[in-house]
Design a protein around this ligand. Structure first.
Ligand SMILES: *Cc1c(COP(=O)(O)O)cnc(C)c1O
Length: 424
């Protein structure tokens, strides 16, 4: 067996080997080689190294500017280098970063209070990511199910709830689940917006129904109002918990603090993560007071969860959104939607536009989403491709009309490059 230290002890040997000889001098290519040597190969990355950001722009190591219409998958929701986030981080880092859940932490209490204020009175548990928040939600469903003889959980096909074993079992996309079985048992996946299937599967044996009211990773599919309201009605009737995954759609992304608020319903619990602390890892679940009682001392925990730094920054994020951005998101969201409609008129390759607020998808036909994405990268525009036919747009909440016009210019250039290329 090879001694791993042989490789690790002399990193300069990498430089001396293939890279220099093959003329790969560019810093990104050097990183690509080093990463191949040392980092698990579970991501396909673009050959871009983002070094710094400012507002809605990012800059790579070559100094190239990119308009950020992705936010690191809806994480940098207040953009980059936001002065309020920098101050909150600096002030808190100077005091204390981590204390442990063995002691009281005022920041986490204030954040939980804030979450109650902007949603419904309830109890919050803090963790460090989306999938962990959903793991907690699954534990809630099992606690409740085991006490009430309700073994089943229902979730939607094409959903995304994370990649740890529990959340992966909820995620309704086989491409993520392949080769990782056995998954959790008693999880049923139904078609979105299919009320009759929902009615058929719902009964007294169901402990929880999980919904992303806008399927994000699945391609930005907002659920129909009647389906979500029927889901609420059936959950109430059969005493099942309705749990909304707001990890991507929450924090104001769709113009309300939480996307479920568009449906005039209240879930029994919801999960948050992604942009909650603008890039500092944090996740949470917020649970109505009555089911929250199922968790007792020792029933769940996290070492990092709710640490003073992450909760301080999350409080700042929610305050900034509450003070100045919710209305903005709706206004700019409408402007972005109108811009996308015009694009659709100009390019027959765009066959559908879906979304709300600042969460949009373009469905394509006749061109590959990955080719359009590459062309956008060349124009200095960061977007996301889902599969081969969907473009996902998740711009930061601070986006202005001027920057949406810049997006329009850039994506049009990308389209025309791509279409001329295709013709030749
Ligand atoms: C991203 C995402 C998750 C998983 O979050 P991680 O922090 O990557 O674990 C879960 N649910 C939804 C809806 C998401 O968008």
């Amino acid at each position: 067996m090879m001694n791993p230290k042989e490789n690790l002890s002399n990193p300069s040997s990498i430089e001396n080997s293939s890279i220099k000889n093959s003329g790969m001098e560019n810093s990104c290519q050097k990183l690509m080689q080093e990463e191949t040597d040392y980092v698990l190969k579970n991501y396909a990355r673009y050959p871009i190294v983002l070094e710094r950001g400012e507002g809605v722009f990012l800059y790579d190591t070559e100094g190239k500017e990119y308009l950020d219409f992705l936010c690191g998958i809806s994480v940098s929701i207040l953009g980059h280098r936001h002065p309020r986030i920098i101050s909150a981080l600096e002030e808190q880092a100077k005091k204390i970063i981590h204390s442990s859940n063995l002691y009281y932490n005022p920041n986490s209490i204030r954040l939980a209070q804030k979450v109650s204020e902007i949603s419904f009175p309830g109890k919050t548990f803090f963790c460090n990511s989306g999938t962990e928040a959903n793991e907690t939600a699954i534990k809630l469903a099992r606690l409740y199910g085991n006490q009430n003889d309700k073994p089943k959980i229902i979730t939607l096909k094409n959903s995304f709830h994370g990649r740890t074993m529990g959340s992966l079992s909820l995620t309704g996309q086989s491409k993520y689940q392949q080769n990782f079985g056995p998954l959790l048992s008693n999880i049923i996946h139904i078609e979105r917006n299919n009320e009759s299937e929902l009615k058929r599967e719902m009964d007294d044996s169901v402990s929880a129904l999980f919904l992303e009211t806008v399927q994000g990773e699945g391609g930005i599919h907002p659920l129909e109002k009647s389906f979500v309201q029927k889901a609420r009605e059936l959950c109430t009737h059969y005493k099942a918990l309705l749990i909304c995954d707001e990890i991507q759609s929450g924090m104001g992304r769709t113009g309300r603090f939480f996307d479920y608020q568009h449906y005039s319903i209240e879930p029994d619990a919801f999960t948050l993560a992604k942009g909650l602390a603008n890039g500092i890892p944090i996740g949470l679940i917020h649970i109505q007071n009555s089911p929250a009682k199922l968790f007792i001392q020792g029933s769940h925990g996290s070492t990092f969860g709710g640490n003073p730094l992450a909760t301080r920054v999350a409080l700042e994020v929610l305050s900034v959104i509450q003070e100045s951005l919710l209305e903005q998101i709706l206004v700019q969201g409408r402007f972005l939607y109108e811009t996308l409609l015009q694009l659709k008129d100009s390019y027959s390759q765009i066959i559908e536009i879906r979304g709300r607020g600042l969460m949009w998808a373009l469905e394509l036909e006749g061109i590959d989403a990955k080719d359009l994405l590459d062309a956008c990268h060349r124009e200095g525009l960061l977007i996301n491709a889902i599969g081969t036919n969907i473009i996902r747009l998740l711009p930061p909440f601070i986006i202005t009309e001027k920057e949406i016009r810049l997006f329009e210019t850039k994506i049009k250039k990308a389209f025309s490059h791509l279409l001329t290329q295709k013709r030749n």
